[in-house]
Each structure stands twice: as structure tokens, then as C-alpha cells.
Write a protein that binds this ligand. Sequence first.
Ligand code: PLP
Length: 405
Amino acid sequence: MGFTSRILHSDRRGGIEHGALHKPVHNAVTYAYDDAHDLAAVFQGKQTGYSYGRQVNPTVTALQDKISLMEGGVATAAFSTGMAAIGTTLFSLLRNGDHFISSSFLFGNTNSLFNSFAAHGIEVSFVDATSVDAVAAEIRENTKIIFVETIANPRTQVTDLTKIGELCREHNLVYFVDNTMTTPYLFQPKDVGASLSINSLTKYIGGHANALGGAVTELANYDWETFDNIYDIYHKGDVSNWAITQIKKKGLRDFGASLGPEAAHHISVGSDTLALRLDRACSNARVLTEFLSSHPGVNKVYYPGLEDHPQYELTRSLFKYPGALFSIELKDLDCFEFLNKLDLVISTSNLGDTRSLAIPVAHTIYYEMGPERRAEMGIDDSLVRFSIGIEESEDLIADFERALA
Ligand SMILES: *Cc1c(COP(=O)(O)O)cnc(C)c1O
């Protein structure tokens, strides 16, 4: 079955109360048991069931199952945001004295988060992950994890995902892929040997900017028996579930960044149309980048679907489409003036919405990191990032044409 046919019926196939077509929003925080033995069995993991909402909720479970289905994974833990998913997963799996390698082309807040890990005795090396050799050069005795994004924003560098997967296998490292920019519809991290895939559900998967959420999915590619940071108490049952159990216990139960049932419902409904929205948005991005590439007012267009992009071939080999996000550098026009002239395209910070969005990167999301780190990441002061939505392409072109005139 195709992507949409599979996910569209996942709630129903999970067996829904009263034959409802959507998993209902269960707002209950706690669940009662007639026999207290059952309550104890649930706590001890001997019986599946619901106890307290910080750890599990039926509406959230249904969404987790749907994400696992999308990713071809065995289990998913959902969180209140994408950042919570990244932060709590690394917190759960790393210990004082560990080292991990991260792509230097990163979502701004992930970059900020990783810099905070050093204060807790966990070292990080930032490397150019478009080159597997650069990544390999940073591997040390105490390296535990390699963390990458698929297509980095705003400059759209594409990670050498297959080769880094091979490198991780060779050195028995946990391979963590942030799949937010591509989603499981455009790319399956499982196929390149990723151990865990993370998605900010806030972006394309939810898709309507009406709910925050994040998820981590276990892809059953890593032998957790060889990972010495899994606590003995979680050495139970199928080995492929050890890490996700620890993430749920240490990260979710103890840290408490749980996804609410209302948000889970919004995200699940939004995700039904993920493939349709991305088909349209990626097609719009292709048409617009072609138009902008030849426009005299534009200095440079960064989009991995353009032939002059350094990872154009790699992109074609990895992803169904090159995504719906691109950035441009303007020639003479001031970026604020340009943004203010756009009418359909909204100045805002989100991405992955149904509507087209734009942001002057250096002055907003990358402002705090300062000019040096920005230069390292290739972020020019005039750089504007676009997350293209599902409007008709003619209308978008007309809007850009007018604003650039
Ligand atoms: C937005 C984003 C995140 C964080 O997700 P939130 O839901 O906003 O916390 C992480 N990684 C990438 C690549 C993102 O775009």
C-alpha cells in the first residue's frame, strides 16, 4: 500500500472505541483498575495499560503508532515539542564523560541545546556532515552518538546520510537522524541504517501550525545490547525496545515533557494529508526556485533541487523530492523591504505550514549565535528563508515578482 493508504487507516485498525473513525481525545489524566493487581502489573510492565498521563495516554499512543508506521519503526515516543524529543532523548542515552558528534548545519535551537550539554559533562563536536571524512575524523574512544539532520535549514546542506550510516555501523555508534525537514514521506532514515529518527511534529507532519509536538522512533537497526548506557532494569524483552523504553522512562516519565491529547489529535488529523501537502509544496518550491534563479534581483538561491547545489546528485539519490524549503540572498533590495512587500508570503518563524512563510534568518533565529558562528554556517545578512506552502504556484510567483520589482 502507498504511504497515505497505510497511515489513513491506522487509527481504525488499532481498534477504536464505539467504532469512531478518529481516535478520540482522551483528556483523563489517570486510569482506574477494578483489581489492584492489574494496576501493579501495569506499573511493573507485566501488563499493558494506562496509569498516569505523563507517561502514556490513549490518544498519544495512537499517534505514536501512526508515526512508527510512517517511519517503518518498531516504537515511537511522543513529546510536547521537537526540542523536547531531541533534548530528552540525548539526556536519556548519554552520561557524564560521553562525547557525541553533530552536524554543524543545525536547527538553531538544537545548536543552542548541544552547547549546553558541555556544562553537564557531555562533549559535542560540530562537523561538516556533508563530508563523511570530516565526521570520521572526530570519532573518539568515548563517542557514543552521531546526530545529523537530513536537509539543514536555512542553507539546505544535505548530509551524506548513507555513508555516515555505514560509518556508524563500522564503529558501532548510535545514529540519530532529525527527519523533520524531509519527513518519512520524502525519506526513510531506516534505509540508511539510522538507529533513531526524530521528527518535530509541529512542522510538516502536523502541518497546520495549530499544535506543537515531537517524536522519536526506534528503527531496530542498532543492537542496544552493546550500548553500555542502558540501565539494567531496562534489559527486558526484545532488545530493539530497550532504548525507547529508557527514553520513555528517563526522558518522558522523569522529565515530563509529555505531549497533550488535544495536540496529538490535531497532529494526527493533520498527518493524514502529509503526502498531498508535500507533493504540492515541493512542486511549488521547484517552480519558484527556477523562477528566482534567473531573476536579476536575486544573488543566490539555495535549494537542493537546483543543479548548481553541491549535493544535487546526493539529494536525487536520497529523497523523493528536494523538500519545500529554500533560501535566497538578495542583490540590492533590503531584505526587510522585500519581506514587507510580499503579500501572500507571511513573515514568521515557523516552517512546514500549509501557508508560505518567510524569515530574515540572520536577524531572527540565528541572531543570538553572533556573526562568527553565522559566517561559519554560511549565513549572509541578506539571507531570507522560505517555507513554501500549498497555494497555487501562479499566485506565489506573482507575489515574488511584485515584491522583487
Ligand atoms: C522545528 C525544528 C525542531 C524543533 O521542533 P519544535 O517542535 O519547534 O520544538 C527540531 N529540528 C528541526 C530540523 C526543526 O525544524
